[in-house]
Design a protein around this ligand. Structure first.
Ligand code: NAD
Length: 510
């Protein structure tokens, strides 16, 4: 079972969440050292984390690591590797389940940190913690299937077995948009099957990463299994990727960074004993198709939720709404009306969505709004929001050309492009007409078209007659095709196998 999401229609839950916000607010601004081999490490320099909705508010300062700390963290991870991988799968599973239990106990507190540091409203932050717990429970549940020896065919006078063994010390490089869930999933999956990790979270959400380390400490993980090195991309990004002692790289983030990591990781440096294994989960330009058989009210609601949940800052967010011509105008009217109703404001006031993560993200959305204003028809938004943070209002463009920059490039903000298609065939062609293939959806009452979408819509996660965001761990293994990723499929049945190598042992029997 997935962890139940909190119902914020109930006053008692809102009150409990607000109490957690008050408690966390009182702890903002603290300093956090790195954790390497179970020891705290200060470096003398810090990265400051700010509230996206109130840029003057400091969430905390996390030590800024450099190459020396990466060297040290990899050494600690390798030192921990032997004893950690020598534990039984059950012992490691026990610790992962305890981590889930600690997060359950600290659920609203962890979510409150995300409200402050990532600008998540109550439901989004709560879902992020629930997903982190799900990753722990799901990987703990899947791991036993990979333990033990597999006997190959009987052979007289010989014993032949094949066993899965962990790879070693790997790097987890995570994004800010699911600061707890993605970091937890990418760390706990490899760890439960015996690997050790250096965690390098996004410099935008270092404090949530610090909270994960606190939880792992409370759960009783041995020193060196998880090592946290926060720092700037320039100081530690390439260094960690290039390092000859990095055995594998578990990355989630943008296409540009992913491609860079993939290229650099291909090099074999002096002293390196392996080809690095690289898993990449990257961006999208996700489309929802609505055809003439759809219930348009429902379609508009699903589209607004898919497009503007967390301000469009989900990799699964709908950034293209493709409408079949005969229902296009009516759908546009309904969509715009709903988009204009969305409340935008400080995350701790629980609006529909809040400020974008940083100034760069805001400028990026505004730059695409400029492009759209020249090349398409602006129907809503197009402006910044309240003062004090990186706000951009829900923005809708219609008459967007399918091959335009607006319709091809990932914006990662609340900017939706509506594209008109002559019919369903053309809609599908447009939907498939980008380099990405992460999520996509179709709202239709035509069985044949739904079946055709299953075969021809080239995405890793296809959603039929529902919103295109909000995959549940285990239920909907997540990850993209094409340039959206290497089909790592977080929360899927084959995930753990990717952090194991197969070892064959043949023994002549006396
Ligand atoms: P990003 O690429 O800017 O950063 C991701 C991580 O890479 C961060 O930890 C960052 O510090 C690190 N990094 C940056 N430069 C590096 C370098 N040279 N070497 C090593 N590490 C480096 O992405 P972001 O802005 O944090 O996240 C948003 C992006 O992530 C979007 O493109 C979104 O679609 C994608 N995303 C994808 C998924 C998925 O499952 N496919 C999930 C969430 C987010």
């Amino acid at each position: 079972m997935n962890e139940a999401l909190t119902d914020f229609a109930l006053t008692e839950n809102v009150n409990a969440y607000e109490a957690a916000l008050t408690e966390v607010r009182g702890r903002l601004g603290a300093d956090y050292p790195l954790t390497i081999g179970g020891e705290t490490v200060e470096t003398g320099t810090w990265i400051e984390s700010h509230n996206p909705g109130l840029a003057t508010e400091i969430i905390g300062r996390s030590a800024a690591g450099g190459p020396a700390e990466i060297d040290r963290a990899l050494a600690a991870a390798w030192e921990a590797f032997r004893p950690w991988s020598a534990l039984s799968m059950d012992e490691r599973i026990g610790l992962v389940r305890r981590l889930a239990a600690v997060m359950r106990q600290r659920r609203f507190e962890l979510a409150a940190w995300m409200t402050f540091e990532a600008g998540k409203n109550f439901a989004e932050a709560d879902a992020d913690v629930a997903e982190a717990i799900d990753f722990c429970e799901y990987y703990a549940h899947r791991a036993p299937a990979l333990a033990g020896e597999h006997q190959t065919y009987p052979s007289p006078g010989e014993s032949n077995t094949s066993t899965l063994v962990p790879l070693g010390a790997g790097a987890v490089i995570s994004p800010w948009n699911f600061p707890l869930a993605i970091l937890t999933g990418m760390a706990v999956g490899p760890a439960v099957v015996g690997n050790t990790l250096v965690l390098k979270p996004s410099p935008d959400t270092p404090i949530v990463a610090q909270k994960l380390m606190e939880c792992a400490g409370e759960a009783g993980f041995p020193a060196g299994v998880f090592n946290l090195v926060t720092g700037t991309d320039a100081d530690i990004g390439d260094y960690l990727v290039d390092h000859p002692r990095t055995r594998f790289i578990n990355f989630t983030g943008s296409l540009t960074t992913g491609v860079r990591i993939n290229q650099r990781a291909a090099a074999v440096h002096p002293g390196q004993l392996w080809i690095k294994k690289v898993g990449l989960e990257m961006g999208g330009k996700d489309a929802l198709i609505v055809d003439e058989t759809a219930d348009l009210d429902y379609a508009a609601r699903m589209a607004v939720s898919s497009g503007y949940g967390f301000g469009g800052q989900k990799c699964s967010a709908m950034s293209r709404l493709i409408a079949v011509e005969s229902v296009h105008d009516e759908l546009v009217d309904r969509f715009v009306a709903l988009a204009e109703e969305l409340e935008v404001g400080p995350a701790d006031e629980n609006p529909d969505f809040s400020a974008l993560i940083n100034e760069r993200a805001k400028d990026k959305s505004l730059a695409y709004i400029d492009i759209g204003t020249e090349t398409a028809r602006l129907l809503a938004g197009g402006t910044t929001g309240p003062d004090g943070g990186h706000y951009v209002m829900p923005t809708v463009f219609a008459d967007v050309a399918p091959d335009s920059r607006l319709a091809q490039e990932e914006i990662f903000g609340p900017v939706v492009s509506i594209i008109k298609a002559a019919d369903f065939d053309q809609a599908l062609e447009i939907a498939n007409g980008t380099m990405f293939g992460l999520t996509g959806g179709l709202i239709s009452n035509d069985r044949e078209r739904l079946d055709r979408a299953k075969r021809e819509f080239e995405v890793g996660n296809l959603y039929l007659n529902r919103k295109i965001t909000g995959a549940f761990v285990g239920l909907q293994p997540f990850g993209g095709l094409r340039l959206s990723g290497t089909t790592v499929k977080a929360g899927g049945p084959y995930y753990l196998r990717q952090y194991l190598a197969e070892k064959t042992i043949a023994e002549k029997l006396a």
